[in-house]
Write a protein that binds this ligand. Structure first.
Ligand code: HEM
Length: 350
């Protein structure tokens, strides 16, 4: 299904680079990547065109994220209360979107395959003994849309930001990536959109992404509940206990990844042992958006490395977790344009 949306992702990425990167001498990467991944999700999963509705959703969503990890005190003026209110505003936008989608589906003006909201609104219980009734309530559809928005927005933007940071200091990896993308581009006309097949050819770039995720996993872990008494390395874990799995610890285990501090995309030439690379989680609750993340990452990197070179404004090679990793000051970089010339926009110094 994702195959048919590669061209749309390509169009959103190109528009974003033209509007936000082209002609600028410097940009701050993390906020731009958040904007871009939000635009991709809003377009593809919610079918929201650019405009007032999308801006309202973006604003409510940004406010919601601000307090999402705050102390859960629902009192006036707390970050948590503000986040709850913003979440209610975002839900109202999505409820209105759902009503509109449903009306268009009933009039035959749109198809369930148009976007995620239309797809969920069209699900019927025929195969599950539901007598053809709507499978999900409106509340469940909005819940699902909110989950996808939260799960798919910050994660990919963090990955892209740290890839860009790494490439600034690793000319050999950048050169190998450029070569891969130039090979793909040489068989295409100017401005021709990438296809599913092109994206599948970007093997080296995906290994660079996986290695970036290994070293700086956006989600550092999560909880699982023990379904039965188990013993692990001599420790007894009783049934019902919550266990925290930490991707950062597994990824830095020299018994699994030799020289774990070294950035080496070739580790992913073969298959990593099961449950050793867990940036996307594992088991039944494995990330539902892996393929989506892969396509958007590869399309974005394709256009970035073909159009720009960059230099870090700060030498600080650190990051903080809150709880997502973020580089100092959101990663300001100086840009050099190597793609087709574009009109000069506001130049911001580092
Ligand atoms: C680099 C990008 C991404 C990373 C590192 C990532 C990572 C993860 C992780 C660690 C989990 C928890 C898995 C578990 O508990 O075992 C998860 C769940 C999930 N992710 Fe992602 N994710 C990414 C991108 C996306 C995107 C783009 C989407 C959607 C468009 C998405 C949708 C989801 C959903 C819906 C879940 C919940 C799955 C469930 O509980 O069944 N993710 N992701």
């Amino acid at each position: 299904m994702l195959r048919r949306y590669v061209g749309t992702i390509d169009a959103v990425v190109t528009r974003h680079l033209d509007a936000e990167w082209a002609g600028r001498r410097a940009v701050t990467v993390l906020p731009l990547m958040k904007l871009l991944t939000f635009d991709i999700i809003a377009t593809l999963l919610f079918g929201l065109e650019r405009g007032a509705v999308r801006e309202r959703l973006a604003a409510a969503f940004a406010d919601m994220l601000e307090g999402m990890w705050s102390v859960p005190l629902d009192l006036p003026f707390t970050a948590f209360r503000k986040s709850l209110r913003a979440s209610a505003r975002a839900r109202r936008v999505l409820e209105a979107t759902l009503r509109e989608k449903r009306a268009r589906l009933e009039l035959g003006e749109s198809s369930p395959a148009d976007d995620l909201v239309s797809c969920l609104a069209s699900l019927r219980g025929d195969d599950l003994g539901g007598g053809g009734k709507q499978l999900l309530t409106d509340e469940e559809i909005v819940d699902n849309a909110m989950v996808v928005l939260v799960a798919g927005h910050d994660t990919s933007s963090v990955l892209m930001t740290f890839m860009i940071r790494h490439l600034a200091g690793d000319p050999a990896t950048l050169a190998a990536m450029v070569q891969e993308h130039e090979e793909i581009a040489k068989n295409k006309a100017d401005g021709e959109a990438l296809t599913w097949e092109d994206v599948h050819g970007m093997r080296f770039t995906w290994r660079v992404a996986l290695e970036t995720l290994r070293m700086i996993p956006p989600i550092f872990g999560s909880f699982r509940r023990a379904l039965e008494d188990i013993e692990l390395d001599g420790y007894a874990i009783p049934k019902g206990w919550q266990v925290f799995w930490a991707s950062s610890v597994t990824h830095m285990d020299p018994g699994i990844f030799k020289d774990p501090e070294k950035f080496d995309p070739s580790r992913f030439e073969g298959q990593a042992p099961p449950y050793s690379f867990v940036a996307f989680g594992g088991g039944q609750r494995l990330c539902a958006g892996i393929d989506f993340a892969r396509v958007e990452t590869l399309v974005i990197m394709h256009h970035l490395v073909r159009r720009f070179r960059w230099r870090l404004c700060s030498k600080e090679n650190t990051f903080v977790r809150d709880p997502m990793p973020s580089p100092p000051h959101g990663l300001p970089i100086e840009l050099q344009h190597i793609g087709p010339a574009s009109p000069c926009k506001t130049a911001t110094a580092c």
